[in-house]
Every structure is written in structure tokens, then in C-alpha cells.
Ligand binder design. Sequence first.
Ligand SMILES: *Cc1c(COP(=O)(O)O)cnc(C)c1O
Length: 445
Amino acid sequence: MRHDESRALYDRALSVLAGGVNSSVRATKPYPFFVERGDGAHVIDADGNRYIDYVMGYGPLLYGHDAPEPVQAAVQKHAAAGPMYGAPTEIEVEHAEFVARHVPSVEMIRFVNSGTEATVSAVRLARGVTGRDKIVIMQGGYHGAQESTLVDGGPDDAHPSTAGIPSSFAEHTIPVPFNDTEAIHDVFEKHGDDIAAVMAEPILANMGIVHPVDGYLQTLRDVTDEHGSLLIFDEVITGFRVGGLQCAQGKFGVTPDITTFGKIIGGGFPVGAIGGKAELIEQFTPSGNVFQSGTFSGHPVAMAAGHEYLKYAAENGVYDHINRLGKRLRTGISDILEDQAPEYTVVGSDSMFKTVFTRHGASGRSDACKSGCVQDDSCDNFDACPKTGADVASAETDRWERVFWHEMKDHGIFLTANQFESQFVSYAHTDEDIEETLEAYKEAL
Ligand SMILES: *Cc1c(COP(=O)(O)O)cnc(C)c1O
């Protein structure tokens, strides 16, 4: 596989883009391949190499690289007609109506331009509505590039995880381990009256994919209700991916006060959204007093793409297809691990998957967890299946990044470049793609 063009492009990029990229996760070593174009479930790089793509833009591309015809038509129509105005448009109302109809927690919504913007606004809204400052987050959770959540440490030693954030900001953030019922109760016992919200991904999806243990999300619902705090589900990845159109909250049967969206909801264009009960979302300006605004918010092209994306999913067997292939892939990888690396663990559900290079997985796995760890305590591998972000971080993360990812790429399979980021099956993937991918796993593991 030649990479001369990509290397030359990266050489140029290093002079004018920080680290040669516009989002840090793209800077794979020694240099990333530059994409020339997408084709269904594949991407083709600047040197003409073709890969089966499971990165899928880090989540948004439910249909792969060729959107269904109604999506393409709507995008072209709205791009040609404006593309944007600084005045409201019908497509924003239609998209909001659709989301409110399908997602249990959403009566009203505010569209923004990225997942980060959505979580920033959700935190501000929670603080504004409750008059409290503290935010509880999950260790290993990810809520975008925002000041209140780029925080490491535990409940008593929270500190910014990056340069550029005053440590006084982190004083208002309380990180707790995911899936730890005792930790969340302790924190509420101590700080309950000061906690504006708990913000959590219903499945940790930026940390190897960590499934909630039975009852954990309900515990978050109960403890926030008890203390007058809000529950925010960050469904930027899981929204319209896990649980289909009802999202992860519908699948798990736990309804948050506020939900943040991004990724799929914009049909491949920049987007974010904050949804919830009308009485909460109405507290944003201009109806309320929590400031929220954006030049590009509700951008007609993104709204049209997102709306047609979801409508197409409602009218076709999209989730059946991608969830079936997801299960086939996870089960196939489990079988390979059984033979070649029983200590590793397959995680994920619906159309998300990952192999965590755990060090002590059980061999002889039962059907309960063959198609991905869902924290079923009858599974032989229950103890080794990651419960927290720290469990994933203690896996063989270097092996993934330095050896395995490159081997898969050389076999023509494009996976996310580190142990932590999720991978996605799209509607464009086929059974043949899955076969070819499993062959590559067999050789690379
Ligand atoms: C991707 C992601 C974000 C950030 O979204 P951007 O559009 O990259 O700003 C926030 N939360 C979760 C759970 C995400 O996966």
C-alpha cells in the first residue's frame, strides 16, 4: 500500500494546521491518510487505496458515504435556495416536530451547530434553571471540548484535564466512576443541594464502549429526582443509533430531563441540539433568561439532511439491517477471540462495536455475551467486562494504537485509531463487508 500522496499532503498540512489536522483524533501516526472520497461503506484515500470504513465520521454517517436519494435532493435544494438567512425556516420546525414525536424526553428542542455547543448550553441551562453550580460527570465520559467537563480526577480532587482551563472551573465539576452506585450516592449525600445536574452518556461511547450495569441509569434518575437536580443524557453518539428512533433513553426505559444530540441528527452536516421538557427548554432566550444563540443554528442544509435521514430510517428497515450486521460482526469477533485471544472482550450493542484488549477475559463465553458485553451477570466474562472508563484505560491500549490498528489498515479496514473511540456499522455495509472484516481480524489479532 503506497501512501506518497498522503505523506506529501500531511507535510504541507503541518505548516498551516496545528498538528496537521483540525481535530486532534485524526492525527494518526506516523501520518494520517487523506481521504479523496467516500463510496458507500468505503473510503478511498489520496493514493487510491480503498478501505471498508467503520469510523463513519466518528458517528454521524448512518448511511455511509452515499446518502439515500431524498437526503441528497433535500441538501441540494436547501443549499441552492439560500443557504441560510438569519430568519427562521419551515425545515427547522419539521425537524423539531419529528424529534419531539420520537424521543421520549423531548417536547421542545433548540438546534445548535455541534455536540460541544449542545453540552455547553445544556450545562448552562441546568445551572440557570436550578440556581446551582455543581455538575456531576462520569470518569471517561466525553462531552466535547467544553470547560466544565474537560475535568479529570475524582470527587475530591477534580482538576482540568487540559491547559487553558482555570482550576476554579473544575471546582464546580464532580467526576464519579460510571456504574458505581455507591459513589453517586456518596456525592449526593455530601453535595446534593448544590448539584445542578448529572450529565452522562447512557453508554460510555468514547471510552471503549462501556454498557451500563442493570439499574444504574435508573439510580441516576432516582437520585437526581430526590435532590431536585436535573438528569442530562448526552446522546450525541447514542441518539438515533442505539435504540433506533427512540434513542438509548427509550431502549433503557429511563427518561432524562434534558438530552443533548449531535452527529446523526444533522445527516452528516455540523449540528447539535438540546431537547427536553418544554418548561426547561423554554428557559433559553428569548423565551427565558438563559442566553443561547448562534449565527448558523438551525442551518437549513443541516436541518434538511438530518430530517430526511431520520424520515428515511422511519420508513425503511435501516436499524434492522445495521443492528443485524453489528451483531454478526461482534459475534464473529468473539469466535475469533475464543481461538486466538480469549483475554480480550467484545463490547457494543446495536450498530456499535469495539474490541477492548482486556488482560483477563474469560474463555468459553456463553451466548449471553457473545455478541458484545451488555453487563449480563450470567456471562462468564462478566467480571472482566469493563464497568468504568478506568477499566478500559488499563487494557493493552498501546497494542491497539501501535500494532493492531496499522495491521487492520493494511488489510483495508479503517477502524478508529485508538482503543477508546467507538466504531460503527452503516446501512451501506453488506454481509460481504462483514466477512472480509472478520478475515482481517483473524489475521491481525
Ligand atoms: C462527539 C461527542 C460530543 C462532541 O460533539 P462535537 O460535535 O464533536 O462537538 C459530545 N458528546 C458525545 C457523547 C460525543 O460523542
